[in-house]
Design a protein around this ligand. Structure first.
Ligand SMILES: NC(=O)C1=CN([C@@H]2O[C@H](COP(=O)(O)OP(=O)(O)OC[C@H]3O[C@@H](n4cnc5c(N)ncnc54)[C@H](O)[C@@H]3O)[C@@H](O)[C@H]2O)C=CC1
Ligand SMILES: O=C(O)[C@H]1O[C@H](OP(=O)(O)OP(=O)(O)OC[C@H]2O[C@@H](n3ccc(=O)[nH]c3=O)[C@H](O)[C@@H]2O)[C@H](O)[C@@H](O)[C@@H]1O
Length: 432
């Protein structure tokens, strides 16, 4: 099929590339001319495992093309995916200006039947708004479909090619049939394509993200309580997770959830409720607990240094909001660094992928090490913010020799307490 994807951020790029992989002829549109020029040269603008391989393969096969012109997109695609940003507005709601702006432009240019698919995460009722924005300018026939995306950064290619489920929200049989045909190659494993109305599809996405954020937050509260009563959250996690009704995944406590989606989506769902006089009490608590959890290590570090952090040399391992990505949006590491900078700490950081993004934000307020060991030179303490695999089995003797101090504050519970204490470290983690 001829497919157009408007917006080549994380979702647009993965959607376009993976749809080309199953033989579709795809054009990706973005207003960022620099990004389009780089992609035309074969450069993948984000770090995402395995994406580069299929990106290159499909460009070479001529199935993946790029343009800055929406007109090119409308001339090409029978299905037009909108993978546009829906960032947090000042009041916490999702800002729909990109989605509705492009919908208006489509309305001005459309000359024949198209299926407009919303892949962005949007509040309930957006598909009606998209329909109205297009209809305002045209009487040409079109259908709007809500098709939320559930991929995770770091696993995006796998999540797209082998999805656990595909949700399609539409009231048009014609559009549903076409979408089923497009997605059939991805659900050979037997995982379902779930058809529903537009509003339910829109809410399925917010409800899924909010539920996962709540699950993590619940475990963070259990971890905080473990510290008060002397229980070990890792044992509690395993004890709970083996109950299949609870499940093992997304029970890992730490220094809070970050990323481009959980924080903004939880707030947007909360705000959508508030707009209708519905107080989402549980989401209010999730937002509040998570913002405190991001700084959960700070009081522990202060206590360890007798309340005097002034001018301390601190090493940080991990900056990305999670491993296998260079994304630092809402990363707990940034809040920790900004707090430590208030105490004039000298901070040396290492992250396998995210340092260029942090450098753009923080410049020379901190120093960027060549390797994980380089970051440790003369450090009075080490803080771990992201659970990259490379941090899991370090050479502890080397770590000890390089550091001036002997404490490790681990926001991701990477090490066995007994093992690391045997190595001679003072080890402080979360909920243990
Ligand atoms: N990042 C993720 O892992 C996931 C994101 N989502 C949702 O997907 C949507 C997109 O997210 P990301 O891909 O992360 O966004 P992003 O912010 O990384 O990228 C959006 C892209 O859209 C482009 N753009 C903006 N206005 C445009 C216009 N008028 N015409 C053409 N291009 C335009 C930007 O230049 C940028 O390249 C959001 O609603 C997000 O919540 C859903 C699932 C996963
Ligand atoms: O809508 C989105 O953008 C996406 O948001 C999340 O994906 P992502 O943000 O890429 O990352 P996750 O793996 O979900 O992690 C989110 C945050 O939760 C934290 N987390 C995750 C799991 C856990 O057990 N504990 C925990 O603290 C991570 O460290 C990270 O900061 C969802 O998992 C995807 O299904 C969804 O499509």
């Amino acid at each position: 099929m001829n497919i157009t994807v408007v917006g080549t951020g994380y979702v647009g790029l993965v959607t376009g590339t993976c749809l080309a992989e199953t033989g579709n002829d795809v054009i990706c549109i973005d207003i960022d001319a620099d990004k389009i020029a780089r992609m035309k040269k074969g450069e993948v603008p984000i770090y995402e495992p395995h994406l580069d391989i299929i990106f290159e393969r499909n460009i070479n096969a001529g199935r993946l093309n790029f343009s800055t012109s929406l007109q090119d997109g409308l001339d090409h695609g029978e299905i037009i995916f909108l993978a546009l940003p829906t960032p947090e507005d000042e009041d916490g709601s999702a800002d729909l200006k990109y989605v509705l702006g492009v919908a208006q432009d489509i309305g001005k240019r459309i000359t024949e039947y198209k299926i407009i698919v919303d892949k962005s995460t949007v509040p309930v009722g957006t598909s009606e708004k998209v329909e109205a924005a297009i209809s305002q300018h045209t009487s040409v026939e079109f259908d709007v479909v809500s098709n939320p995306e559930f991929l995770r950064e770091g696993f995006a290619v796998d999540d797209f090619l082998k999805p656990e489920r595909i949700v399609i929200g539409s009231s048009s049989e014609r559009a549903i049939e076409k979408m089923k045909k497009l997605y059939n190659p991805y659900v050979r494993s037997g995982n379902p394509i779930i058809i529903m109305d537009e509003k339910s599809a829109e809410l399925t996405k917010y409800a899924s993200n909010a539920f996962l954020a709540t699950k993590i937050t619940f475990m963070n509260e259990i971890a905080n309580y473990c510290e008060k009563v002397g229980a070990d959250v890792d044992k509690v996690r395993i004890g709970m997770g083996t109950d299949s009704r609870i499940g093992k995944r997304f029970l890992f406590p730490g220094i809070g959830y970050g990323g481009s989606c959980f924080p903004k989506d939880v707030k947007a769902l909360h705000k959508s409720g508030a707009d209708l006089d519905y107080d989402f009490k549980i989401l209010n608590a999730v937002i509040d607990v998570n913002s405190k959890q991001k700084l959960a290590l700070i009081p522990k570090i202060k206590r360890y240094f007798n309340n005097d952090l002034h001018g301390k040399s601190i090493a940080i391992w991990g900056l990305a909001f999670k491993p296998e990505t260079d994304d630092i949006r809402e990363a707990p590491s940034l809040e920790i660094i900004n707090t430590l900078l208030k105490y004039n700490c000298n901070i040396s950081v290492y992250d396998p992928e995210a340092m260029p993004n942090v450098k753009q934000k923080l410049g020379d307020k901190i120093s960027y090490a060549e390797s994980m060991y380089d970051a440790l030179k003369n450090a009075e303490t080490l803080i771990i913010c992201t659970e990259w695999s490379v941090f899991r089995t370090p050479d502890f003797k080397k770590v000890k020799d390089l550091m001036k101090g002997q404490s490790i504050f681990d926001g991701r519970n990477l090490y066995d307490i007994k093992d690391i204490e045997k190595e001679g470290f003072d080890y402080i983690s979360i909920g243990r």
